[in-house]
Design a protein around this ligand. Sequence first.
Ligand code: SAH
Ligand code: SF4
Length: 385
Amino acid sequence: MTRTAITPDLLALPRKAEGPPNIVGLTREAMRIAFIERGVPEKQARMRVGQVWAWIYHWGITDFMDMTNVSKDLRTMLSREFVIERPEVVTRQVSADGTRKYLLRIAGGHEVETVYIPEENRGTLCISSQVGCTLTCSFCHTGTQAMVRNLTAAEIVGQILVARDDLGEWPVRGAPKDETRLLSNIVLMGMGEPLYNFDNVRDAMKIATDPEGISLSRRRVTLSTSGVVPLIERAGREIGTLLAISLHATTDPVRDRLVPINKKWNIEALLEACRGYAGLSNSERITFEYVMLKGVNDSDAAAKRLVKLLDGIPAKVNLIPFNPWPGSPYERSDWSRIEAFAGIVMRAGYASPIRTPRGEDIMAACGQLKSETERARKNPRFANA
Ligand code: SAH
Ligand code: SF4
């Protein structure tokens, strides 16, 4: 028997067709239409979506055959036509303080990070919305990484499913309902700018807050933006989670340097958009994130300007001690400086918690996320990064 040589012709054959689509991440409406297209009677479709939805997002099952209240025929169809897929966990690191960092591989061989932060009476999952980021905030590790692509809704929701798998938090059938959740909060504060991946972030957060599935209250989900002003109002209407703004500076020249998107939409425009958001019925206080950089934005005068800027906005200020990363061009403010700054903000009537850095030993703290597989930007500023 002769071996078939690999000829150019053979290499030119069409690549293997892609497998069935992932059912995770579809909106209810998209799932309903997909079911009807595959022969589910229109009258039943909505009910079937409800059943499948609960299996995937409430019970966390990964095999259609386990959907015991769904007819055998339908289960067979589902298994043929769809997959229930999560991102692949490449590594899982656990910090001395209990913080867990997952490095996940997604289609195309890209990698993103997700961080779980356990606290006294809640657990927060910090999820990514993009591989890399188009923006280049000068204090952020992700900002040194070129933007590769938006995550799909499936990949955003998949981060929640992976964390719940790892925490062993899927309900056990017949067991009493457990109200105290290990994963009780979500913050969109990982890699990427969520408002630049608007539709997928919206669809994913709709799934996270859907009462028949993951069922987190919208008040337990916070979307953090660097200040994509034209999309803030729409985020309030269509996503409706809590809002956090990466402010970080109180004058435009300093903010231009730290958060370059400020050159497009400056502090005044940003705060105007915040006033609009706070006016929406479903909103609560807006969190203003403020990274404490030694000698850059941490003076008493800056704290006083901050308080003036926030006048009239239901706000709290989250002070984030700068987390260094290899080659980072800034230093963390001294603790006494951070406390003095917090005191001024607090005396003006705004809560001003200082965010304790978590998971530093595994580079899981704010702004430290970056997948090593992606090339750093070619920027002299990061020459020794
Ligand atoms: N792109 C969005 C969300 C991700 S960043 C945004 O910028 O808001 C999440 C938060 O971590 C932001 O407030 C960001 O400014 C902050 N951050 C980034 N790098 C940091 C660092 N090195 N130390 C501390 N906080 C950082
Ligand atoms: Fe992107 Fe946010 Fe980092 Fe800025 S702080 S580079 S917007 S991830």
